[in-house]
Design a protein. Structure first.
Lengths: 88, 298
């Protein structure tokens, strides 16, 4: 991928380039809201289930990390698609 | 003085130093010469061009080889000198073996498939893990040069084979093709494709749902590869920007003082959690896909 674009951060040459930077920032930022809620929900539920059934702790922990990683990755999908829109 | 007061005084002194630095050095204006995207650009070290193909040796190739060699050599070396009373390294590797065998493979695949594909899944896990961890060790591979006593040395930089989309994509394609082949071999083409439909769906509803299932199968290629690639790349970008990239870009030396602790925190987070977690996720999802294909149905 050739990234030799005059603007990546801070050096916008034209209004269109500046707007693209803003769009990338806003898009990636908005994309973190959903996964943020999701990650909080997962950990909240894990705390709830572990306090309810402490003997299930090990099993719950492994599922928790699976869910965490799957949810967290969505932030990066937003970021990557923002970058694609930025460079196209 | 209570502990809270001490902490607040420490934070205050820290911020004060930042402000003093800002007053002394001020802003040098925006830096137009430094392009952060060049940090991930691949320069041809040994150019090899065959027709339209560019098979040059570059940074990504070096990291890929390093990860391969490290994985193979460590595993073979430890397997050769297994002891009855394990030392610390052997204990760690046995723990990793147990993780890949019982939790990742056996937990998600039926018995026969687990025995057959455990080596594949474990290799994926260890290769991705070594590749990720290698990415957090600064190696002198950057194209930027630093001058020490008149000699140019390559600057230290972070890179990983998995921070380049091509490596996760190839791993994903291998997984995708292998589990489809496994499913077709076990059930036959027609029965395998029928197995994609959720139980109890029939008649006219089957066609649109089948199309959605086909799309979701192909979306797996994107999600599996981009998840690994983007996690590692974003981690490197965060460390790069917080560990001085922002300060250089904006020409504010004081900003570097403020953002450096954030860089250290992100570094610990990435090394301690993300590198291992992404390898674990990749291997787990692979074995879930294999389990689904060989068991049939949802």
């Amino acid at each position: 991928m050739e990234l030799d674009y005059p603007t990546f951060i801070g050096a916008a040459k034209t209004t269109a380039d500046g707007l693209k930077s803003v769009a990338l920032g806003v898009g990636a930022g908005l994309g973190t809201i959903g996964p943020g809620i999701g990650v909080g929900y997962i950990f909240g539920k894990v705390i709830e289930s572990v306090t309810r059934q402490p003997e299930m702790r090990e099993e719950i922990t492994s599922i928790q990390w699976l869910g965490f990683a799957l949810t967290e990755a969505i932030v990066f999908y937003a970021f990557i698609f923002g970058l694609i829109a930025f460079f196209l | 003085m209570s502990r809270a007061a001490k902490i607040w005084i420490g934070v205050g002194i820290y911020l004060l130093i930042g402000i003093v630095l800002f007053v002394i050095f001020g802003s040098e204006g925006k830096n137009e010469g430094f392009k952060p995207q060049d940090e991930f650009k691949l320069h041809d070290w040994i150019p090899i061009h065959i027709g339209g193909l560019n098979l040059s040796i570059n940074r990504a190739v070096l990291y890929l080889w390093l990860a391969c060699i490290l994985t193979a050599v460590t595993m073979i070396w430890i397997a050769r000198r297994m002891q009855d009373r394990p030392n610390r390294v052997q204990t760690i590797v046995e723990g990793a073996y147990d993780l890949t065998y019982t939790q990742i493979s056996k937990g998600n695949m039926p018995g026969g498939t687990a025995a057959k594909y455990f080596p594949f899944v474990a290799t994926l896990f260890f290769f991705i893990w070594f590749s990720n961890m290698l990415g957090y060790i600064p190696l002198p591979t950057s194209h930027e040069k630093i001058n020490i006593f008149g000699v140019d040395f390559p600057a230290f930089g972070l890179y990983a084979a998995t921070a380049n989309l091509s490596v996760p994509l190839v791993l994903t394609l291998a997984v995708f093709i292998l589990y489809q082949v496994e499913g077709i071999r076990r059930h036959g083409l027609i029965r395998y494709l029928k197995g994609w439909l959720p139980a109890g769906v029939g008649g006219a509803a089957a066609v649109p749902i089948f199309i959605i299932e086909v799309i979701s199968q192909f979306v797996r290629i994107i999600s599996l590869s981009v998840r690994l690639f983007a996690n590692i790349l974003a981690g490197h970008l965060l460390i790069l920007f917080m560990g001085g990239g922002l300060a250089v870009l904006l020409g504010l030396a004081a900003l570097g003082w403020i953002t450096l602790p954030i860089a250290v925190a992100f570094y610990i987070f990435e090394v301690g959690l993300v590198a291992t977690l992404q390898a674990f996720i990749f291997a787990t999802l692979t074995s879930i896909y294999f389990g689904e294909a060989s068991a049939g149905g949802h």
